[in-house]
Design a protein around this ligand. Structure first.
Ligand code: HEC
Length: 200
């Protein structure tokens, strides 16, 4: 093997050990040492001092689940500041499948309901888009069968060191466990809309 090639193979192995798989603990090169790096909101506080894999993510495709949400039912009359989503300004939209159920306290949320929460940074730039989708009964029965994603195709400069240039985390990635850990505390796993801006 030539020098060049062995150097390349060595680097590839290093890259794999740093980023190869979401389940690994400290031994796998996780700088967070096996603790849940996202036990808090990775977007509101520094979860562990840096995402070694995020920097590699140069781009993500278009939004999948939740695409087209701008034309869905807006559940709030105005943006509000969401402490639980990084202190960002947010709105919430729901598709036709779930609109009536969302607005009706205690109604069961039908399978196929998609709820999208776009957000904005303090300077008005686009923040992450947070998505939940109600899936079929066998999807994740322990957690009321919700799918989650965080989509941020153009990460704000001040977050790039930690998150890279683009982020698309979605179930079943461990990256969204922190969503579940908080949402499970709410009825129907829904945090709801603050009274001041409720559109219904
Ligand atoms: C610390 C708690 C917490 C965390 C972490 C959290 N959420 Fe939320 N979420 C809430 C609360 C409370 C609301 C409603 C009030 C608000 O948005 O300010 C909400 C609202 C939402 C909504 C609108 C539907 C609803 O519940 O009424 C979506 C969609 C959502 N969150 C997705 C996510 C996703 C995806 C993640 C992870 C990437 C996440 N959330 C992380 C607490 C949390």
């Amino acid at each position: 093997m030539s020098m060049k090639k062995s150097l390349f193979v060595g680097l590839a192995a290093l890259a794999l050990s740093a980023c190869g798989g979401s389940q690994q603990g400290a031994a796998g090169g996780d700088p967070c040492g096996g603790a849940d790096p996202c036990g808090g909101d990775p977007c509101s506080a520094d979860p562990c001092g840096g995402d070694p894999c995020g920097a590699a993510a140069e781009g993500v495709g278009p939004l999948g689940v939740g695409a087209g949400y701008e034309s869905w039912t807006a559940l709030a009359t105005d943006k509000w500041k969401s402490k639980t989503h990084g202190g960002r300004m947010v709105l919430t939209y729901v598709n036709d499948v779930g609109a009536e159920a969302y607005k009706t306290e205690d109604a069961e949320i039908p399978v196929g309901t998609v709820i999208v929460k776009p957000s904005w940074e303090s300077d008005g730039a686009a923040g992450p888009v947070f998505v939940m989708e109600k899936r079929a009964d066998d999807y994740d029965p322990d957690n009321e069968n919700w799918y989650y994603s965080l989509y941020w195709p153009e990460v704000a400069p001040k977050w790039q060191k930690r998150l890279g240039k683009a982020v698309y985390w979605e179930s079943p990635s461990d990256k969204v466990n922190y969503c579940i850990n908080c949402h499970e505390n709410y009825d129907r796993y829904l945090g709801g809309i603050p009274d001041e801006v409720k559109a219904y």
